[in-house]
Design a protein. Structure first.
Length: 78
C-alpha cells in the first residue's frame, strides 16, 4: 500500500510503500526534526481487488446462464 505523509512544519511530503497494513506508521520522522503525519487517502491495492472480484462474479453469473440455456436446448423435448 502506498501511504502519504506530510510535515506540518516544513510542508515536506513523501509517499512510502508498505507490504502489510499492520506495518503502517501513523507518524514518521521528517528531515527537519519534526514528525510527518499520515495523510488520509484510499488504499491503492484494495481498489483493484474489488474490481477483479466484481468481474469474476459477473463471469460466473454469465457462465451459469449460458450453461442453463444450453441444457434447456438439449433437453427441451423431455
Amino acid at each position: 500500500m502506498l501511504i502519504k505523509y506530510k510535515c506540518e512544519k516544513c510542508e515536506e511530503s513523501i509517499s512510502k510503500y508498505f507490504k502489510k497494513a499492520k506495518d503502517i506508521d501513523d507518524e514518521i520522522d521528517c528531515k527537519c526534526g519534526k514528525k510527518m503525519e499520515r495523510q488520509l487517502g484510499s488504499p491503492f491495492c484494495t481498489s483493484t481487488q474489488f474490481i477483479d472480484n466484481g468481474l469474476q462474479a459477473r463471469k460466473v453469473e454469465v457462465n451459469s446462464v449460458v450453461v442453463e440455456q444450453e441444457h434447456n436446448k438439449l433437453y427441451k423435448d423431455d
